[in-house]
Design a binder for this molecule. Structure first.
Ligand code: HEM
Length: 396
């Protein structure tokens, strides 16, 4: 069985966060967590203890149970690693990923129409134009590049600017401040300054859209009137942060997967399998029980923190055959890379369009693309909130 990969088949505790051992697949310890009955209690670096949830079925149960909350305002809510990238939700009204229903529902209802398959399909030509302009710049720059800074980071950032209706002349400011927030080496002071700059900028942008509405998401939210301008400002910040590094890491790691497995380039299922296999947002959906609840045969008491492990769920053999194989011809549809339940990623339809365009265009326009560094030496982000790459040197 899966658990035999480790010397012990039962663990009463595990160090967490657990590092990925191979370059790309989730930690081996996850297989042991899945194989044993009940859940495992783990101490976090900050000193708090949490329940680790590893099986696909149990992760989905956690993310759909109304007795389990997404609000860090409840005592016992887990904090993992640097939370500096995420502003405290009580300071930013509209940070609805941290709200529970019914308050959460009000935001979700206001935003759903902006992220339907139909609405985001309208952005396809824009996404293609942005992708092409980044490839043009790479080709004009010579025969080598860092794919993270030249492609993976700017594409999602420019797409969000387009979605929100950020004027072209302000993109530089918008992009540079966001870059500070998604760079792990930024200091707390740099982060605070960038957050303040962005909030100030967003407030000005909203004031401008109130006076001169355009055909963009912000203008439509303002004219609908169901959210206040202050709440719309928080929503903007959330979209910006939720949609940037998550997408960038999937792009960079996805390109790497395809460079290592060129037989799958241009296979239709690549995007979904990259999302499942890599599960970069492994432990993003943190929760706390607000009532006693049983999950996977384990009693969780009110006030205890819960970490549903997305990467573990997505590598659960009970749900995905040959789960540890990267195989874009499988049906990866049930993956939880975008979470599950009421908070399931709002941007997922947009992500799919971005990733499809990014992979297809890159390998079509630069068919001779290859790695410019040994895989073992690549700077993986093992220590971040999200899994990713600091840089991906390529040549052609
Ligand atoms: C929520 C992953 C891209 C906007 C989430 C959640 C996950 C996730 C796991 C659930 C969090 C939770 O349950 O606590 C990803 C991944 C992405 C991606 C892997 C890229 C590959 C985007 C983009 C946008 C976006 C591009 C917007 C433009 C959001 C928002 C939420 C969310 C607003 C909160 C939804 C809610 O609370 O109702 N995402 N995301 N995401 N995502 Fe994404």
């Amino acid at each position: 069985t899966e658990g035999h990969r480790m010397s012990s088949t039962e663990m009463s505790s595990i160090e967490f966060p657990t590092r990925r051992h191979g370059q790309l697949s989730p930690p081996d310890e996850y297989a042991v967590l899945r194989a044993q009955p009940g859940l495992v209690r783990s101490a976090l670096p900050g000193g708090s203890t949490v329940w680790l949830v590893a099986r696909h079925e149990d992760v989905r149960a956690v993310l759909t149970d109304p007795r389990i909350s997404a609000s860090p305002l409840h005592p016992g809510f887990p904090t993992i690693g640097r939370n500096g990238t995420v502003p405290p939700p009580d300071q930013i009204p509209g940070w609805f990923v941290a709200y529970d229903p019914p308050e959460h529902t009000r935001f979700r209802k206001a935003l759903i129409p902006e992220f339907t398959v139909r609405r985001v399909s309208e952005l396809r030509p824009t996404v293609q134009r942005i992708v092409d302009s980044c490839i043009d710049a790479m080709l004009a720059g010579g025969t080598a590049a860092d794919l993270v800074s030249a492609y993976a980071l700017p594409v999602p950032s420019l797409v969000i600017c387009e979605l929100l209706g950020v004027p072209r002349s302000d993109r530089e400011l918008f992009e540079s401040r966001t870059r500070v927030l998604v760079t792990l080496t930024s200091t707390e002071d740099e982060r605070d300054a960038a957050t303040q700059d962005l909030l100030l900028y967003i407030a000005k942008l909203i004031a401008m859209k109130q006076r001169f509405p355009g055909r963009d998401l912000l203008s439509r939210l303002l004219s609908a009137g169901t959210l206040t301008p202050k709440e719309i400002s928080g929503v903007t910040m959330l979209l910006l942060i939720a949609g940037h590094e998550t997408t960038a890491n999937n792009i960079a790691l996805g390109v790497l997967m395809l460079l290592l497995n060129p037989q799958w380039i241009h296979t239709p299922g690549v995007v979904e399998e990259v999302l499942r296999y890599l599960s970069v947002a492994d432990r993003v959906a943190l929760r706390v029980a607000v009532e006693d609840v049983e999950i996977g045969g384990q009693l969780i008491r009110a006030g205890e923190g819960i970490v549903p492990l997305g990467a573990s769920a997505n590598h659960d053999q009970a749900t995905f055959e040959r789960a540890d194989e990267f195989d874009p011809t499988r049906s990866a549809r049930h993956h939880v890379a975008f979470g599950y339940g009421v908070h399931q990623c709002l941007g997922q339809n947009l992500v799919r369009i971005e990733m499809e365009t990014v992979f297809e265009s890159l390998f079509r326009r630069i068919p001779g693309l290859e790695l410019d560094q040994a895989v073992e030496d690549l700077p993986f982000k093992y220590d971040g909130v999200l899994f990713g790459l600091h840089a991906l040197p390529v040549r052609w």
